[in-house]
Design a protein around this ligand. Structure first.
Ligand code: UD1
Ligand code: CA
Length: 461
């Protein structure tokens, strides 16, 4: 039997003190809502409905295909939010799974267990609960002398006795749709926040003589995020999970506590991540690559056996066996071919560096193609921008660009050609030629000595 899923995401998240709707805050590179939707979709619901309200358009735009939304224009509490959802779903029957949008550590297995136990026990309502080390802030599960669930009391409405209870409400439940419609209709907002609490449905179910069950989950899995402190805590927990999975699969990490791998990043078994590595959306690290210390890579590919350290990569490609760093900036469309090198203090943008080619020191390479095995001397700059337009530089195979060469684009350097150190190259250089683009040196014998004498009053010897 399938079920309908309702995800609550209309709240402003006042405690975040942020313009961003709470569920749009990210954990490991993806919104809290996306993490929740993943877990919900893993339960195989017939429909998924997200209740949106605060900054609704932004939340709706983020929804994956197949997920519906409905608007809770004013947010009068979680009970009100579910009423709006049920109005939208009209004449719904069967089980309704309700999940808040601010629990980014929830997983499909936990929700599946909630659904399975709900069905097996034939309860009217089943709550997901957890035993928390620090239950403060959560609603608490109140049980009767027999240990059966009697209701849920919110933190703000808790007596001292209730405050002692460590079993918290995860805010995730399975309800019978038809009964839920009735119970929601009878909710009152006479509580500390003057809101319609979904939690009050539980006591109503019990008062009608029906049973309410609770499935105890791991407290980490159901953690709710209401503040930036919670968000950082959730991100740290998610990170531990991601890193543990990678290490179990064969990725080496010297210090996983400093390794940040976002959702959607691929790190192949046999890769090694050194301390202070940040890999964000779309990045791929292949087997045998050694990345770090101190690498930030976004939407970039680091191929097998490459070595990258102290570097920032944005939409860049590092080929197999290539070497990058230390202190390198690879900007969008920088592409290093197999066995090539970008060394100390080098910036590369929208350029292909050929196989085995080297840019070892202090260079800017932009809008350029560098041929195989070419060597770019220290201090070389491709002068690609005249202040208005960008132009390309073409450097052939086996070229040797002398140190401190300015390659004023558009310019082409033929295969095997060389440029003299300190040259300003404004014209194309044919293959096998050597280009000098600098003033000839003039030595004036004795001039230095005369200057010493003039300024120091002695011979300068
Ligand atoms: C809620 C529960 C609490 C539980 C905790 C678990 C209630 C009354 N309390 O408290 O028992 O321990 O979650 O994390 O349900 N939302 C709407 N519309 C609204 C109000 C809220 O869509 O009118 C959404 C929020 O965007 C959020 C979710 O519902 O995603 C939970 O709301 P929140 O205000 O965070 O509830 P808590 O105080 O955490
Ligand atoms: Ca919450």
């Amino acid at each position: 039997m399938s079920h309908t899923a309702v995800v609550l995401a209309a709240g402003k998240g006042t405690r975040m003190k942020s313009d961003l709707p709470k569920v749009m805050h990210t954990v490991a590179g993806r919104t809290m809502l996306d993490w929740v939707l993943d877990a919900v979709i893993a339960t195989g619901p017939s429909r998924v409905l997200v209740v949106v309200g605060h900054e609704a358009d932004q939340v709706i735009d983020s929804l994956p295909d197949g997920v519906e939304s409905c608007l809770q224009a004013e947010q009068h509490g979680t009970g009100h939010a579910v009423s709006v959802a049920l109005d939208h779903l009209a004449f719904l029957t069967g089980d309704v799974l309700v999940v808040p949008g601010d629990t980014p550590l929830i997983d499909g297995a936990t929700l599946n267990r909630l659904l399975a136990i709900h069905r097996a026990d034939a309860n009217a309502t089943t709550i997901l609960s957890a035993i928390a080390d620090d239950p403060h802030g959560y609603g608490r599960i109140v049980r009767d002398e027999a240990g059966d669930v009697a209701g849920i009391v919110e933190q703000r409405d808790a007596s001292d006795a209730v405050d002692e209870i460590t079993e918290i409400n995860a805010g995730m439940y399975v309800f019978d749709a038809r009964e839920l419609v009735e119970d929601l209709g009878a909710l009152q907002a006479n509580n500390a926040q003057s809101e319609y609490y979904l939690t009050d449905v539980v006591a109503a179910v019990v008062a009608r003589g029906h049973s309410a069950g609770a499935v105890v989950a791991e407290s980490v899995a159901v953690m709710g995020v209401n503040t930036h402190r919670h968000l950082a805590e959730a991100a740290a927990l998610r990170r531990i999970r991601i890193n543990d999975e990678l290490m179990d699969a064969g990725v080496n990490m010297q210090d996983p506590s400093t390794v940040y791998v976002d959702h959607g990043v691929v790190v192949e078994p046999g890769a090694s991540l050194r301390p202070n590595v940040h890999l964000t959306s779309g990045t791929v690290v292949e087997a045998g690559a050694v990345v770090g210390p101190d690498v930030s890579a976004d939407a970039s590919t680091i191929r097998a056996n490459a070595r990258v350290w102290y570097a920032v990569l944005r939409s860049a490609k590092v080929g197999p066996e290539a070497e990058v760093g230390p202190y390198v900036s690879l900007r969008p469309e920088a592409e290093l071919s197999e066995g090539s090198k970008a060394g100390t203090f080098v910036e590369i943008k929208k350029s292909v560096i050929g196989r085995g080619a080297k840019v070892p020191h202090l260079a800017y390479i932009g809008d350029t193609s560098v041929g195989d095995r070419a060597n770019i001397g220290a201090g070389t700059i491709t002068v690609n921008y005249n202040g208005f337009e960008k132009f390309r530089t073409e450097i052939g195979q086996d070229v040797k660009i002398g140190s401190d060469t300015m390659l004023v684009a558009p310019v082409t350097i033929g295969d095997r050609a060389m440029t003299a150190a300190g040259s300003v190259i404004t014209e194309d250089v044919e293959p096998d030629a050597m280009a000098f683009g600098r003033a000839r040196q003039v030595n004036k014998p004795g001039l230095a000595a005369r200057l010493w004498a003039r300024y120091r009053g002695d011979s300068g010897q």
